[in-house]
Design a protein around this ligand. Structure first.
Ligand SMILES: Nc1ncnc2c1ncn2[C@@H]1O[C@H](COP(=O)(O)OP(=O)(O)OP(=O)(O)O)[C@@H](O)[C@H]1O
Ligand SMILES: [Mg+2]
Length: 250
């Protein structure tokens, strides 16, 4: 069974159909790429899967269960967590505290109790999780740095760490490689592999083709809100329609 089953998913914004009858399946344990030109509907699809946007039509099943109408916090607790295309770190807080706050969703506590320590045992667990996640993502040495002091590549690694603190089963990454230099790209590719090897299924929205082709087991290509192709990276990269969509004026 697919861990994620996106079924005839549709989203209209007024007259614009941003996502139009999109269906694809993600196999458990895969890194699944969701690619396509700017405005193709990738982030809108992620927002619907994670419960940040309602759907106009269709459905999304996570482990066979519909997420329709559920709040993002509930979907996250069930195991589906997204990162954001735009940076959403707390810039003035430390690396450690950013991850601690990321954990509040899993701990069913709130941001204030996470920071203020209202609940001692939950607080202790959250700190342990934050430490594990930071070590896993090779950020432990930077734990006391302010998020704003981190180079861009590490800010993006931290954003993934924040998502991991919620202990996802399915991680939706929205352009984690954007703006990265080759060294940062290589590092993030290693970390993404490591996340998958830890048992987390990954859906990757990304324009960096080196990362996409190097990481993904399967690709779904969106163009103008519809699925243009779906298959192995080899199949997709040789599809003339896909090549045309990327070269054809976006
Ligand atoms: N809240 C909104 N209201 C109206 N239109 C929107 C809204 N969000 C997205 N859109 C439109 O929906 C379409 C799909 O946008 P989306 O952000 O999903 O694209 P994308 O594939 O993520 O693109 P990019 O690669 O540039 O991030 C675009 O035409 C966009 O302008
Ligand atoms: Mg986007």
């Amino acid at each position: 069974m697919a861990i994620l089953d996106v079924n005839h998913l549709t989203k209209r914004f007024g007259g614009l159909v941003a996502v139009n009858d999109v269906s694809f399946r993600v196999k458990e344990g895969d890194i699944h790429g969701l690619i396509g030109p700017n405005g193709a509907g990738k982030s809108t699809t992620f927002k619907m899967i994670a419960g940040f946007l309602s759907f106009t039509d269709g459905d999304v099943l996570f482990n066979g269960v519909s997420i329709r109408g559920k709040k993002p916090s509930r979907i996250a607790r069930s195991g589906v967590v997204r990162t954001f295309q735009e940076t959403t770190l707390f810039q003035e807080l430390s690396v450690f505290d950013n991850v601690l706050i990321g954990n509040h969703n899993q701990a069913k506590t709130n941001v204030f109790s996470a920071l203020m320590g209202f609940d001692e045992s939950k607080q202790q667990n959250a700190r342990e999780t934050a430490r594990e996640v930071l070590e896993f993502m090779s950020l432990w040495e930077r734990r006391d740095q302010q998020a704003s002091e981190l180079p861009l590549g590490f800010q993006r690694v931290l954003a993934v760490a924040v998502a991991l603190a919620s202990k996802p089963k399915l991680l939706l990454l929205d352009e984690p490689f954007a703006g990265m230099n080759p060294e940062e790209t290589r590092h993030m590719m290693e970390l993404t592999q490591k996340v998958r090897e830890s048992g987390i299924t990954v859906v990757l929205v990304e324009h960096n083709m080196k990362a996409v082709m190097g990481l993904c087991d399967r690709l779904t290509v969106l163009n103008f809100g519809t699925v243009l192709d779906d298959g192995t990276p080899e199949r997709v990269r040789n599809n003339p329609d896909v090549i045309q969509a990327y070269l054809g004026g976006n």
